[in-house]
Design a protein around this ligand. Structure first.
Ligand code: DX5
Ligand code: ZN
Length: 229
């Protein structure tokens, strides 16, 4: 299993965002998780395509572009998708509740040249995955309610991850494409091993990585825990 660490820019110093992104990738992160909030679908407001475009040249790891994983917490979704694709997003994920036509939105994201993801809130049932597995490159399980960094991990997410891992493995066994299983919210050094054991392969962490302290040491501690999965 390949494990990917995806620091959330939500907890970075926005006044030094490019530097923060460079530093966290140099410290061993794999993916830049870019949280987009609209003060409508979620009660907070962050950044849009212009900031994504400004960050793009800084998202480099070992001399090569690192993926920018845009997590859209906005409604409506479709209007803004091409803008993020043009701004250099690699992955664009959205919440099914925020789109009137989930299949169409997934198709739009791929038509724009990006990988497509669906995000399930803590109370959102898995049946949203039923008819779209072949349209997905990523499934993101929220382990907090979206809107803020620094919240506590909701333990029920573990059972949900196990259930989605089964679905992905069955899909793969039937000849289906690769699908990343990402988790977002309250991921820390002390719970990442259990989350990995439940089936996640991509770990968003905001407050556990950004802020005071050595990013490389924090990411290394997470990887050491994951090595025990
Ligand atoms: C929450 C965001 C998360 C958040 C995670 O709505 O989608 O990406 O920044 O932050 P932590 O790791 O601090 O829970
Ligand atoms: Zn997020």
């Amino acid at each position: 299993m390949t494990f990917r660490i995806a620091p959330s820019i939500l907890s970075a110093d926005f006044a030094r965002l490019g530097e923060e992104v460079r530093n966290v990738l140099a410290a061993g992160a794999d993916v830049v998780h870019f949280d987009v909030m609209d003060n409508h679908y979620v009660p907070n407001l962050t950044v849009g395509p212009m900031v994504c475009e400004a960050v793009r040249p800084h998202a480099v790891k070992d001399g090569r572009p690192a993926p920018i994983d845009v997590h859209l917490m906005v409604r409506p979704v479709d209007r803004i998708v091409p803008d993020f694709a043009k701004a250099g997003a690699d992955i664009i994920s959205f919440h099914p509740e925020a789109s009137d036509h989930v299949d169409r939105t997934l198709g739009l994201i791929r038509e724009c040249g990006c990988k497509a993801g669906l995000v399930l809130n803590p109370a959102t049932p898995l049946h949203h995955l039923d008819h779209v597995m072949d349209r997905l490159d990523l499934i993101l399980i929220m382990s907090v309610n979206p809107g803020y960094g620094g919240q506590k991990f909701i333990a029920q997410a573990l059972a949900k991850l196990r259930a989605v891992r089964e679905r992905i493995d069955a899909h793969r066994a039937g000849g289906g494409q690769e699908i990343w299983l990402e988790v977002d919210g309250g991921v820390k050094v002390d719970n990442i091993r259990a989350i990995g054991a439940a089936g996640a392969d991509t770990f968003v962490a905001g407050s556990a990585i950004f802020g005071p302290g050595d990013y490389a040491a924090k990411i290394a501690a997470m990887r050491a825990e994951l090595a025990a999965v």
